[in-house]
Design a protein around this ligand. Structure first.
Ligand code: AN0
Ligand code: CP
Length: 317
């Protein structure tokens, strides 16, 4: 695998899952692959899980790791070509990216949607500049439209805990005070569409996602109805996708918070969230602390999803 930016790069999910469970059984079995290889992780945005789990995965594979936070100690980067650089950005991405490529074998990039221009976000302008100009294989650590390492870990978790062959998985919008990207829900939907699960998305009117991602999911505007008989509740906030509200918070309606009473409508569903989560906005303390909450095993599986991706990239160097 050369680049990893979405579910299609991974090919057959059954094979990828088998590989994930192999890695999980013995995470040090492939240490030889990373010998004298360097991973560079570039963060344009904050991270706890992605940073730690990806570094751990790389170390399991015997790699060296360099981490750079663009906003802490690096030069501020201009990303537009043709700009007269007389402002506060001393360096251009078009020099910085090939320079980064000189010092490593594989590059991971985190670059969220900027909500300035929908087209730039949905064309993955920053991630694609890394692919085009770094001269290295590149993987997404959450880009403008997708978070594939998260969705892969979500899938692994569902496979580990599901009680029926075709579980009912419900992705629900939940309130949040700030505008968040659509990357996590887009990506989760894209991955769920590659399984044979029953997949339902519920959100208030106005929070419709790009149909290119939601695909064959059933959209249900009544959250309670959506929860009926669910085996997994996947909560996430996202900002509006449709114009003229792209990237905006149009509701913080706390009647959408996932609570114990709503969880009672489900088939004793497990609760999933990618984290970080705002308690009592997205989900109540009671639900996230209950035995149905899988948020910690889900985060633990980020090490496994990252390791499968890095392993495949190392194998293709
Ligand atoms: C980010 C998001 O919603 O995309 C990262 C989640 C993994 N969340 C926040 O910025 C709080
Ligand atoms: N879930 C996730 O990607 O978390 P971080 O933003 O902390 O990396």
């Amino acid at each position: 695998m050369k680049h990893f930016t979405n579910v299609h790069d991974l090919g057959d999910l059954k094979i990828a899952l088998k590989e994930a469970f192999e890695v999980k059984k013995d995470r040090f079995a492939f240490r030889h692959l990373g010998h004298n290889r360097t991973l560079m992780m570039i963060f344009f945005n904050s991270s706890l899980r992605t940073r730690l789990s990806t570094q751990k995965a790389a170390m399991n594979l015997g790699m060296n790791v360099i981490v750079l936070d663009i906003n802490q100690g690096a030069w501020k980067l201009e990303t537009e070509r043709g700009v007269i650089m007389d402002g506060d950005k001393p360096e251009h991405l078009l020099e910085a990216v090939p320079v980064m490529g000189c010092y490593c074998d594989i590059i991971g990039v985190r670059a969220f949607a900027q909500f300035e221009n929908k087209q730039d976000d949905y064309e993955e302008k920053i991630l694609n500049q890394f692919i085009q100009y770094s001269g290295r294989p590149v993987f997404s650590m959450e880009a403008a439209t997708r978070h594939p390492l998260q969705s892969f870990a979500d899938l692994i978790t569902i496979e580990e805990y599901k009680k029926t062959e075709r579980p009912k998985v419900v992705m629900t919008w939940a309130p949040h005070p700030r505008a968040l990207p659509q990357a996590v829900p887009n990506s989760f939907a894209e991955w769920m569409n590659k399984t044979d699960y029953e997949f339902v998305i519920t959100h208030p009117k106005g929070y419709e996602l790009d149909p290119a991602f939601t695909g064959k999911a059933r959209i249900e505007y009544d959250q309670r109805k959506a929860f009926e008989g669910a085996d997994f509740i996947y909560a996430k906030n996202w900002s509006a996708y449709e114009e003229p509200n792209y990237g905006k918070v149009i509701s913080t309606d706390r009647s959408w918070t996932v609570d114990t009473e709503k969880m009672k409508l489900t088939n004793q569903a497990y609760f999933l969230h990618c984290l970080p989560v705002r308690r009592n906005m997205i989900v109540t303390d009671d639900v996230i602390e209950s035995s149905c909450s899988l948020v910690i095993p889900e985060a633990a599986n980020r090490e496994i999803s990252a390791q499968v991706v890095l392993k495949r990239m190392l194998e293709s160097l």
